[in-house]
Design a protein around this ligand. Sequence first.
Ligand code: SF4
Length: 424
Amino acid sequence: MFDYKALLSEIRKVYISDRMPWIIGYSGGKDSTVVLQMVFYALSGLSKTKLSKEIHVVSSDTLVENPAIIEHLKKQLKNIEKFGRQELFKHKPNLFNVALVKPKLEDTFWVNLIGKGYPSPNRWFRWCTERMKINPTSNYILDMVGKHGKVVILLGTRKAESANRASSMNNYKGTGLLRKHKLPKAFVYAPIADLSNNEVWAYLLQCPNQWDGSNKTLLGRYKNACSGGECPFVIETGTQSCGKSRFGCWVCTVVDRDKSMEHFVQNGHKWMEELLYFRNWLYNIRKQTHQYVPNCLKSGGVKFGPFLLKTRYEILKKLLKMQKDLPIELINSDEVEHIKNLLREESKGRIEQGMRRFIFRLPSRKRIAVISDFNSLLTPRKRIGPLFLKEAKLIASQNVTQNYLKSKRVMYYEVHSGQSKTRG
Ligand code: SF4
């Protein structure tokens, strides 16, 4: 077992050594629980005069968190705030703050997936972590830097988590206990960097946390969530993929299977089954090329663009239908309104669903038909497949027949006198 007393005295020493407020990243997982708990024990040993700089406990809510996990996290935060303000900082409650940061409206999962057509994220195009986790936290940190000049961020990162983590932690710039974070005027303190997994569990089992009275609920969560890595408090790119963690977003398509949610379903959360089907559907359509606008042809294949409007309307419809029958909110009204505006704007209000046919005449005098579910004249790239629309002249635009609605992808083909040959 590690030298518990030495670590508590180190935490106290770091706290009183300067005026920089502390921002403690709390994900509700075991590592950040150990950090928060140890900080509370360490600071309880300080006199009121020394307990004089701000503490901020910050968690993030992507708005698509696993419902059981976010509910638990919110409860914990309430209890943490109560303990911090009414016990530890009873003499000056304003020094203790708890925050649950969220992505901006334009950065939420649904606005990007449905409103902008970003394909469901995968390992190669993981557009979500930065928008939904890193940016909201960075903004909070930068606000604090603006207010106080400098800040210290406390993280539960440990070298034993992975070889990658160990080597990146060994590369941290700076000497002493603080390392420089890439955000300006922010420093990182990782008090449990050298603890092993066993030491973390042994500590949590032997030592109760102060806000909940025990760590039983935390243990229960890990039992429920089966195998997988810790879901870290993510504040920079390069951190272990949160998509591979036990407690990621319920919509996460970065993992092939959401074993954690499967486990929740098996353990009595039957209603989550619907979420699981929906996530699996999002995962599958990610792989179906006919759900995308092919926005340019590369030698050897098509490079795909965003999801088709048709696909995006379908996602929204399914999501709202599912939400009606569930006891929780899956998408909020601001998101729905913003998404509808984006879809309306993109389709110019003319195309609710289905596809439209545009006939162009190219400079070579060839006539080309483009079948697409958005107004191809408005594409910012002015190009569909190999067609440069700048050079083409629109001859006609019309809604296509039922047959074309069954088409497997956006098509373009040369129009021969009365006959046509599909190429796309
Ligand atoms: S858990 Fe998955 S969906 Fe959520 S931010 Fe991480 S990678 Fe993206």
